[in-house]
Design a binder for this molecule. Structure first.
Ligand code: GTP
Ligand code: MG
Length: 391
């Protein structure tokens, strides 16, 4: 699958930068073009300057609202981020239409942190512009949710998250949710952590994007998971996870056959990789809430057998009880088995509902502070309607 990536704001720009690196890696390591173009869009010149892998020309690092903000960001006001993206959206569309091989790409991925100002506001607006301009291409979002400490110390973050999630849900074909809190590792400074987190956020896409683009016959699986399968799976709230298990190779002397003990553990290893992928999902959620799911098994060709695939399908079916499951195998590794899992079309994501509820409380609180009368308690559907849209 080939993606065009647009990172908005600091968070979105940095994750897009990591995707640009992934694109270079698939090209150099496998001869595969998985990322056709990567852009960063920001109101902040310093943030744009800090990127490493995205082209440094004005068509790849796009400054919006430069005259209004002086290139210094929107200070967490996501309505302003949305307005500036609307005013300068043409810059982004022009840059995209100038992309070489544009028509080879399968979908857009627009990325931002929901709690900030620029990215949170620009993401839904740019998504809408892309949907209007390129009606036949799916537009996906990848939205990063804040750390717990940010929610506690910065009141406005919750409101930004609530309005960003609602607006994105209204326009995007699917929204990947990524919870920063899930990636916190102890004893690492935040600065290093961001680089690490971004790497972990992007890694699950590596095999997923490559699998359907292989042209060398030895790397083509018996069941190829291609862009069509991925597009059919991605709808609404979505999470992604990746897990791998190393394979010790004790070959029988002079033969290319497995020792019988290894053969037994091989299936267990596959299931172990699947369990890890589920354990490492980008947002904690209940797999039974997914209406669609897919998994991709990657490993050495001799490890890919029907038994293993059957076992993995059963293992995912056990937890994603309501989902249509698509799957594929990709014979592309030497000494590890890895599993990538996508759960999509999630109904009642608890975390999302909690954001909507908290956003409503925040709106009520600001109204009370301003001396405006607040109406009585509301159900979630009514609450969803009451959250302002950025579109
Ligand atoms: N995973 C990850 N999260 C980030 C990164 N940078 C910022 N964030 C998160 O993104 C949120 C803040 O959004 P930013 O992207 O900094 O804000 P912005 O879009 O630049 O908007 P303004 O600076 O307010 O104009 C917070 O929740 C941060 O924890 C990053 O590189 N990786
Ligand atoms: Mg910023």
């Amino acid at each position: 699958m080939k993606l065009t990536i647009i990172g908005c704001g600091q968070c979105g720009g940095r994750i897009a930068d990591e995707f640009a690196l992934l694109g270079k890696a698939t090209h150099v390591q496998r001869g595969i073009e998985s990322v056709t173009n990567v852009l960063a869009v920001n109101t902040d010149i310093a943030d744009l300057s800090g990127l490493s892998h995205i082209g440094s020309d004005y068509q790849h690092r796009i400054l919006i609202g430069g005259q209004k903000t002086g290139g210094h960001g929107v200070g967490k006001i996501n309505e302003l981020g949305a307005d500036l993206a609307r005013e300068d959206g043409d810059k982004v569309l022009e840059s995209i239409s100038a992309t070489q091989h544009f028509f080879e790409m399968d979908a857009f991925l627009v990325i931002a942190g929901a709690a900030g100002g620029t990215g949170s506001g620009a993401l839904p607006v740019l998504t809408q512009l892309l949907k209007e301009r390129y009606i036949h291409k799916p537009v996906y979002n990848l939205i990063v949710l804040p750390f717990r400490y940010e929610e506690m110390t910065e009141e406005r973050s919750i409101y930004n998250v609530g309005t960003c999630l609602k607006s994105a849900y209204l326009v995007a074909d699917a929204v990947f949710l990524v919870d920063n809190q899930r990636y916190i590792r102890k004893n690492v400074s935040i600065r290093n952590n961001f680089a690490k987190i971004n790497h972990m956020v992007v890694k699950p896409f590596y095999n997923l994007l490559c699998a359907g683009e292989e042209i060398t016959s030895e790397y083509i699986g018996s069941r190829v998971l291609d862009a069509g399968d991925i597009i059919q799976t991605l709808v609404g709230w979505t999470v992604i996870g990746y897990g791998e298990v190393k394979l010790p190779r004790i070959r029988l002397f002079g033969e290319d056959k497995l020792h019988f003990r290894e053969k037994i553990t091989e299936t267990q290893k596959g299931v172990q990789a699947m369990d890890k992928a589920i354990g490492e999902l980008s947002l904690k959620c209940n797999a039974a809430d997914a209406r669609r799911a897919l998994y991709l098994l990657t490993g050495p060709p001799q490890e890919m057998n029907m038994e293993l695939i059957k076992e993995l399908s059963a293992s995912l079916r056990n937890i994603a009880t309501e989902a249509i499951i698509r799957s594929g195998d990709y014979p592309r590794e030497k000494s590890l088995l890895s599993v990538t899992v996508v759960l999509s079309d999630l109904v009642n994501s608890r975390k999302v509902v909690a954001y909507f509820t908290k956003t409503i409380s925040y709106i009520a609180l600001t109204k009370r502070r301003r001396g405006e009368i607040e109406h009585e308690h509301k159900g979630i559907e009514e609450a969803f309607r009451d959250i302002p849209s950025l579109l």
